[in-house]
Design a protein around this ligand. Structure first.
Ligand code: ATP
Length: 280
C-alpha cells in the first residue's frame, strides 16, 4: 500500500507567547503543498519496523512514524499486530516543511482506516499532538488557521490556487534555537489577537505573508535572504521562509512564470528546488 505524505508551508506565522510549559502559542495559516514523501505499509510480522534510507532520518523508535504507530496501538489497547513502514523521503528533512509530522499523521490515518475508524478525527488529532505540534494539522489535511501550540484548527477557505517554488539550502536551523532567540518582548500578547486580514476570508498573498521566525533565522543565515531575493528576481508574487526554516517558498499566480523561474533557480546546485501547488 503506497500513500503520499505531503509537506506544508506557513503563509502566516505569529508567535504570541511562551507558555509556562515551555511551548509557544502561535497563530498561523498553514497549507499542505504537493511535495510528497511516499510511504508504504505492510501489515505482516510481529512488531513495528521503519525503514528510511535518508541519512538524516532515524530508523529506530525515535522515528516519528514509529512513534505514531506505537502510540496508536497503545491507545487501541489491543495487542499490536506487525507493521512495516517504508518511507521514501522527498521532503527535505528539518527544513520547516513538516515532513516528520506529516509522516506521523499519515501513519495514524492509515492505521485508523485499517482498524475500521476506531478513533474519530478529533481523537486521532489528540493522539497526534503528543507526537508533534504539526501532526493535528496534517490529520486535518486542509488549509487551516492553527492556534494554541497547534491543537486549535479552523479550516480556512480564503486561499486562491497558486504555484509554489520551494527552495531548501544545505544549512541546518534548529527549531528550538530559533524560538529561544525570538524577541517576544514586542510580540508577547496578553489579549487574544485579532487579525482582520482573516476576516474577509480572502488571503492576499502579495501583502499579507508574515513569519515572526524569519528575522531570527536570516540573522544567522543570510543565505535565506539570498534565496528570497532570487525568487523575487525570478518573478515571484511574494516570498517567505516556512516555519523555522531554512526552506523558503515563492508564490506565483502564473504557471508559465513559475516554470521559467524553475529553469533558472535549479541552476544553483547548492539548493534543492521543487515546484508544487497549494493543496486547497
Ligand atoms: P520541526 O520544525 O518540528 O523540527 P521540520 O519540518 O523542520 O520540523 P522534520 O523534517 O519533520 O523537520 O524533521 C525534524 C527532525 O525529526 C529531524 O531531526 C529528523 O531526524 C527527525 N525525524 C524523525 N522521524 C522523521 C521522519 N519520519 N521524517 C523526517 N524527520 C524525522
Amino acid at each position: 500500500m503506497e500513500i503520499l505524505s505531503p509537506a506544508k508551508i506557513n503563509l502566516f506565522l505569529k508567535v504570541l507567547k511562551k507558555r509556562p510549559d515551555g511551548y509557544h502559542d502561535i497563530f498561523s495559516l498553514m497549507c499542505p503543498v504537493s511535495l510528497y514523501d511516499s510511504m508504504s505499509f505492510d501489515f505482516t510480522g510481529h512488531e513495528i519496523c521503519v525503514s528510511c534510507k535518508h541519512p538524516g532520518v532515524p530508523e529506530d523508535k525515535t522515528n516519528l512514524a514509529f512513534r505514531a504507530a506505537s502510540l496508536f496501538f497503545e491507545k487501541m489497547g489491543d495487542r499490536p499486530s506487525g507493521l512495516s513502514i517504508r518511507i521514501d523521503k522527498k521532503i527535505p528533512v528539518a527544513a520547516g516543511l513538516g515532513g516528520g509530522s506529516s509522516n506521523a499523521a499519515t501513519v495514524l490515518k492509515t492505521l485508523n482506516k485499517h482498524y475500521a475508524n476506531r478513533f474519530s478525527q478529533k481523537q486521532l488529532q489528540k493522539i497526534g499532538l503528543a507526537i508533534g505540534a504539526d501532526v493535528p494539522f496534517f490529520i486535518l489535511d486542509k488549509p487551516a488557521i492553527v492556534r494554541g501550540v497547534g491543537e486549535r484548527l479552523t479550516v480556512y477557505d480564503g486561499l486562491a490556487d497558486c504555484h509554489v517554488i520551494l527552495i531548501c539550502p544545505d544549512i541546518k536551523v534548529s527549531t528550538a534555537q530559533v524560538y529561544k532567540n525570538l524577541n517576544l518582548g514586542l510580540t508577547n500578547c496578553k489579549k487574544k489577537p485579532k487579525y482582520p486580514i482573516f476576516k474577509n476570508r480572502n488571503f492576499d498573498v502579495r501583502n499579507n505573508l508574515c513569519n515572526d521566525l524569519e528575522v531570527v533565522a536570516t540573522s544567522w543565515h543570510p543565505e535565506i535572504l539570498e534565496i528570497k531575493n532570487a525568487l523575487f528576481h525570478h518573478g515571484a508574487d511574494n516570498v517567505l521562509m516556512s516555519g523555522s526554516g531554512p526552506s523558503v517558498f515563492g508564490l506565483y499566480k502564473s504557471e508559465s512564470q513559475a516554470l521559467e523561474a524553475m529553469k533558472k533557480l535549479t541552476e544553483n546546485k547548492l539548493w534543492k528546488v521543487f515546484l508544487a501547488n497549494l493543496l486547497l
